[in-house]
Design a protein. Sequence first.
Length: 130
Amino acid sequence: MVAEFTAYQEAKFFTTDIIITSLLHDTIEDTSLTKETIAIIFDLEIARQVEALTRIKPHKKITSAEMLKLLYYNLEKKLLIIKLFDRFHNIQTLKVKTPEKAKKIIDETLEEFLILYVAQETAKLCKMYY
């Protein structure tokens, strides 16, 4: 689903490496697949992008907010789009989540993702009017 959003909603991101990255975005977190294996099967750039999207870092698991900040401050716009589409998909599938998980997703979306959206829209308006 995330790959589909990436391909159809943002046509300029319809590149092979970004589609593959969006398909693999949770694999390091959710499977035994490693960055090294991804690099062997695909390539180093796709492996780097997938690793950048994982919340599991060398010393700890980071929050969604920390992940967004990392992507934003490292100017990883394409990866940020993948993360936003992933969140959009999470919102679409709330009905199949436990009430606790659904509440967590809603709270994170309001506290972290919505702020990013408002910041982006404010920046666009500033460019238009100033």
